[in-house]
Design a protein around this ligand. Structure first.
Ligand code: ZN
Length: 56
């Protein structure tokens, strides 16, 4: 198995990474949205029948 960050051999202590550095990098990517995660907004209650302009 290789480190997904730098492709080096992984170390059991830091699996699936090769070092704490790479683990931190990966964590940072998650936290900063580096990965393509579909950002779904929380379900907000829809406003009740908002009056819209209707053609008369
Ligand atoms: Zn690495």
């Amino acid at each position: 198995m290789t480190c997904p960050i730098c492709k080096k051999e992984t170390v059991p202590d830091y699996r699936p990474f090769c070092s704490k550095r790479c683990a931190d990098i990966d964590l940072g990517r998650w936290l900063t949205g580096g990965y393509a995660i579909p950002a779904e907004e929380e379900d907000l209650p829809e406003p009740p029948e908002a009056p819209r302009e209707r053609p008369h």
